[in-house]
Design a protein around this ligand. Structure first.
Ligand code: ATP
Ligand code: MG
Length: 330
């Protein structure tokens, strides 16, 4: 890794301001992300919550400059004090899978079917640390043990299709950790797994996060997952963060009517596996967002004033904010 890409240990891990992403096609513009501010401290776990299409994945990809060409990105993104937008392709290549790693929902898309698990991990180690082949192979074994793959030594020689879904997900985490990232971006990495395996992988991620002191941004639909792993949550709706705060107070009582509706009557227990799709109505079209609260048409407490302008982010006690003119601080 080049010296220019060293992290600034004093800088916040992530600081995005007024982040916006538009997809401009011939006759439509999709406003996928609209003025998002994100902060992540070193070693902190932030869960991005929200229903399908709310802009979670696009936000995450923007942080790594991993969006297609037709995406127009606005605002500022700093990771460990470095301006991501200004990075060259070369710097980005060092940055991704270097200081920052990403894991996805479907490990088969991230693992190469024609190489063994061991080779793929060793490859990542060699690329980022310039280690010798034998040192990289030894580190691959260590990493498989770190992600608690049973009979790790034997599994080094396995191809991705020879592993179960849960083990593949662990192998993908091992690849992501090969370069000792300071920041891990995880996009619904456990959604495809069945419930018991999902919880095992989550607990593993949490354990690794603490052991390695990584900051994590974790995208999920699942409130139970957020409760299990997050320090802080940010809830997205129509490309905006509508509520943000520490996980405990949020789970005990969200302040914005959208997450209030999502949590509904299930705040206490039995949340695991509950998907955030239970509010009547549909989100607005991202092609034409109103100059108003975009949740108002579905909101049980909307009033005429909610149609006047996009609600500001209002401070709601320590570390909390809600974009709702009717929200009341606890
Ligand atoms: N390449 C693209 N071109 C046009 N629109 C896109 C593109 N990628 C994403 N979008 C749109 O941006 C919006 C936000 O998508 P995003 O993938 O971030 O949602 P999400 O919150 O991750 O949803 P899910 O929970 O289903 O994964 C969606 O309306 C999606 O259709
Ligand atoms: Mg997504």
């Amino acid at each position: 890794m080049s010296a220019a890409l060293k992290m600034d240990p004093a800088a916040p891990l992530v600081r995005a301001r007024d982040l916006s992403v538009r997809f401009v096609n011939r006759d439509t513009t999709v406003h996928a992300v609209n003025g998002v501010d994100l902060d992540l401290a070193q070693g902190e776990v932030l869960c991005l919550l929200g229903e399908s299409g709310s802009g979670k994945s696009v936000t995450l990809r923007a942080l790594m400059k991993l969006l297609p060409k037709q995406a127009k990105v606005g605002g500022s993104i700093e990771v460990a004090g470095r301006d991501v937008q200004a990075m060259s392709e070369r710097q980005l290549a060092d940055f991704r899978g270097g200081d920052v790693a990403m894991i996805f929902q479907e490990p088969m898309t991230a693992l190469d079917p024609v190489f063994t698990i061991g080779r793929q991990i060793a490859e990542a180690v060699q690329r980022h640390e310039g280690a010798s082949r034998s040192a990289a192979d030894a580190r691959a074994l260590e990493l498989l043990e770190l992600v608690q793959i049973p009979s790790a030594k034997r599994r080094l020689a396995a191809y991705p299709h020879e592993l179960s879904g849960g083990l593949r997900q662990r192998a993908m985490i091992a690849v992501a950790l090969a370069c000792k990232p300071k920041l891990l971006l995880a996009d619904e990495p456990t959604t495809a797994l069945d419930a018991t395996v999902q919880i095992q992988v989550l607990l593993l991620l949490r354990e690794l996060q603490e052991k390695l002191g990584m900051g994590v941004i974790f995208v999920t639909h699942d409130l139970g997952v957020a409760g299990e792993i997050a320090d802080r949550v940010a809830v997205m709706y129509a490309g905006r963060v509508v509520e943000e705060g520490p996980v405990g107070p949020f789970m005990a009582g969200p302040l914005h009517p959208y997450p209030q509706g999502l949590l509904g009557a299930t705040v206490h227990g039995g949340m695991r596996g509950k998907r955030l799709t239970t509010i009547p109505g549909a989100p607005p079209s991202l092609e034409k967002l109103p100059e108003a609260c975009s949740f108002a048409p579905r909101c049980p407490i909307a009033e005429p004033a909610c149609q006047q302008g996009v609600p500001e982010a209002r401070p709601m006690g320590p570390g909390r904010m809600a974009r709702c003119i009717r929200a009341v601080a606890p």
